[in-house]
Write a new protein. Sequence first.
Length: 778
Amino acid sequence: MTSHVKLRKDKIGTVDYDTQIKEVRSQLVDQLKVLDLQLELKSQQLQDLTDYLRRRAEIEGEYARSLDKLAERFSSRIKRKEPSGQSVAQVWLALLSQTRQESKDHSGLSDSCSNFLIQPLTHCLEYTQRLARKSKDICTQLQDGLLRVTTELQTTWRTYYQYHSEYVSADGKLKEAEKLEEKQKQSAAKKLERLIEKRQRKVKEIHLQCSKARNEYLLNLAAANTSMNKYYLQDISTLIDCSDAGYHLTLGRVMRAYLSSRWRVQQNLGTGLQQLQGTVAELDQNQDRDILLQDHNNTFCMPVRFQYQPHDGDQVLCGSCSRLVSAECEMRCDLETRFKQIQTRLTAVTQETEEASRSLKAACSSLLESVSDDDLELGSGSGLPQEGSTENLASKSSIARRRANQQEIENLYLTKVKEYLVGSSLVSKLQAKHDLLKVAVEKGSMYNTKSVRVRKNHSSASLTHNQKLFSGDMLSFIQASGQQIPLVVESCVRFINLNGLHHEGIFRVPGSQMEVNNLRDAFERGEDPLAERSYDLDSVAGVLKLYFRGLENPLFPIDSTNQLLECAQTENEANRAAQLKTVVSSYPAPVIIVMRYLFAFLHHVSQYSDENMMQPYNLAVCFGPSLIRGARDDDVVTLQAQINALVKSIILLHENIFPSQTEVEGPVYEKCMTLEQDDCEPIIEEGDGESEYAQIKDGKKGHKLPGWKGGSEERAFVFSLFLITFIYIISQEVCRQMDSVFKELLSRQVQQEPSPAASSPSAQPTQGKGKREGRRGR
């Protein structure tokens, strides 16, 4: 394919995304108009050619005078239009030129023009219009996907700006506190130290959130640019080819049949017909497509590449996006997991796209073969079958079967075109993210951190309330426990946010029932089991679904189900969101807070559908039966499809449905979550433990416990932590001593019995050591 896209270079400097995306939208609208004009042009060409042949049959007896008038009539139409260099237009011009030379003809050609050649053109006009309409639908869908990518880019860009603004503000407060510390006297130093430490922790956490938001922004930036390249360089050409499938072939075959008839009756016009045949032979679908793109270069040229726009004061290295994606500290594990998941997903989608490409070629060949089934060659017998004859009836039946078969092939071809374009677009986006993550992970592997943080288990078992968490009433539990977001919801959402947004089939794949039950029992006791160790993501997702499914009263009150379903029938999105907001506003504030938190989380999960394959509808299928229930006498099967559509709408329009934090105070879902500083405790690695033990053993480190000046509960906690650490270090020392004794005994045994069997027991201590080292690693 020749390169028809030229980057616009007349705009220099940073362009605001809103203006740039507005230009892209305008350009996409113009593209649809051009495709409509192209369909109108092709339809006009086919209609003109059909009219030409019909008129040619009627005025065949008038010979030179009538044919000259006919040629002049169509020539004037061409003069009113802009000259076109497309091969079809050249054929049409050659045909008119040849017509001026055909001042004499006979009745045999009249029969051929009035019956034999018009039928394929009418057929061609029908399927050309069908292909063009369906190709336009696919183009509209691709444009919607392209605009969604740009919308995601804007969203992540704004999120990144927001977090970075918070980071700049927090950093400024920290610097003010540090300046204040220098001016204050010694008596207020301790208070200022605590203030500075608090603000340092705040700056560090906000910086981490800012880095995550910047990474997400960069990934969406790369995906948006790749999608633009893919759409303008590949998809447009494929769609034009799709709409033109069979058009050039039919037109060429009709013209060749016309030429064949003329050669049989007029040998004296050989020179003129050879010239016309040459123009027909030059029919080139690819060339016409390229000429169309060049004639409308401003409409089809690729827009300016989206540039990375760091927020004011964000200190990052200049260069490509691959050098800006950060994989340091806590983000490294998350990015490595995401990289592996994207790699697996990319491999699968690439294979599917390759298979779709092969199927597309086969479907295109089948379609062209079906188009070629129209018999345009006259038989050597007496001519066309007589009206009402058996041969004529059989021919009509055969034509009807061919048309029905061709429509099936058309639908198959369009389906394969859609699958290939959607799949290849997904591959391009995943490949862009894969390449960026690969560079970031490889770069981050050089900075191995030596400390890991885990969340402390803040048990709420001591809270005195008699409300059940599972299979209970959520509103009563919130009022009794004081938890604005139930612990099971907050903990599961945080765990999935940190570990499972990119997990394929999240909420759709069931987890281990035993593990789900264990997690449920732990949450019911008031514990947070997800703070202690990792669990299977599908099991955690299953616990979250189980909680909402088992509520005594569903999240959405049953008495409002009919109102919600009526609102979901509204076609206009803005009106639908306003009506749903009116219904939701009547709920108690604690319930609204949980709804707002949950649906913001589900919308965040759906934004990673390229990787986790969970579109809003898939999430609605998983959560719909649990969140919204009909009355007992309602038909569950009939309502389920409506409930799924309703939940999908709420996920997509959650920002317009639920009140903001200023309207209803309460916790809101954070896209870039981290382990809270107050909820984290360090895990001492093997090297750090050994050095600490050496200091204690040598008397270089006193036995005064850190934080001993706190209250009795704090001292007891610190003492317990110190005791556990000390026992752990002593056990490591004993293990090392046992290893050395074991090795010495084995070496003596090998010296006494140098047989092949001696190698068998020697493997045991190695395995034992490996297990001990594995336990220490864990």
